[in-house]
Ligand binder design. Sequence first.
Ligand SMILES: *Cc1c(COP(=O)(O)O)cnc(C)c1O
Length: 439
Amino acid sequence: MSSETTKTPTHTRSHELQQRAERYFPGGVNSPVRAFRAVGGAPPFVERAEGPWVVDADGNRYIDYVGSWGPMILGHAFRPVVEAIARAARNSASFGASTASEADLAERIVTCYPAIEKIRFVSSGTEATMSAIRLARAATGRKIIIKFEGCYHGHADGLLVKAGSGVATFGIPGSAGVPEEIAALTHALPYNDTAAVESAFDAHPNQIAAVILEPVVGNAGCIPPMPGYLEALRELTRREGALLIVDEVMTGFRVALGGACELYRLDPDLVTLGKIVGGGLPVGVFGGKQRYMDMLAPLGPVYQAGTLSGNPLAMAAGIATVGYLQEHKAEVYARLESTSKAVADGVAAEAAKAGVALTTNRVGAMWTWFFQGDLVTNYDEAAKSDTAAFGRFHRAMLDRGVWLPPSQFEAAFLGTTHGDAEVKATIEAAGEAFRLIVD
Ligand SMILES: *Cc1c(COP(=O)(O)O)cnc(C)c1O
């Protein structure tokens, strides 16, 4: 960052683009958290990005800690990914017929996730979790789903119950338009509380089809599982004949190459992936034990389909991304850990110096600075954070060229192209921002 960033950047062009966008899109956006409502101020419009840097329509540069909400783990416009997409595009963008690239990516995924025996590609995380739940209901002949408060699994009707981040950011308990008959089949329990899950199984014997969770919560801010929690869920679901669905749309390929399944040695029945697996293009995955996956049409009675599923451009981007992560596994994950630790701890130290109470939760390259001094192990505890202070911090950071996720209830991410210079600039900006918000 140059010294001129001490001057508040102008956003004239972004402002014009936002006004134009508001004519066409509700709130000017195609996904609600992009609107910056939770932190105030106008969202910059992005023109391009490279490595860890994003450039807006007014030419301002930012260090990026959103990473397209996860996918850009190798940095923006990563050469091998750009080239793979271009190569694939020359052969036409889509066929609606099978290509070899689907199995090429599937083979890599199965290698990284031993719990996954068979796969189906979809085009978003939402489709992945929605389809996994349909499959779990078909496999068990049961209706109830257990999820956890603050966990987000996409915007399918049955999963928008106490669904964290986007929903929490706007203070909506669930969503209008979801019939209560559908919402009633989803039981939301506190995260990190094994007894609550046991009670639910006791109260609804042979009625619970699946337990779905974020193995590390990202969508209520970052909340790691307590020791033994994931293992207890595995044991309980197995004992009760319910499926365990581990939603790794955010954590997959991020907290480890094999996601939380690798990090915590988990063997779930079904796994969902998204974000990184598409290298920035729209890809979702649900996969798991063959005996369940083979229930899908055309082999079995569970219908699920997609015109653009397994799209060749998306497969190419996924293969280039996952391939790179596989081939450079040791260096990549060591680097992600050390860079993330340096930023997360460095900023926390600045908060301490400025007298700002902050709780830092981090697992690898995902973390959250909660504006409060207490432990955060579930959604209710996360919700005690000072969101107004977070909003002021967010704006002060943006003015200093650091783009954080625009909600207290989101995890920050970084990638392999963030280096010492970006870490140092971020910590300096945070020092100034904290001093500013306590004044
Ligand atoms: C982002 C996310 C989803 C939804 O994925 P989309 O591609 O946005 O539909 C589902 N689950 C988790 C854990 C996520 O972080």
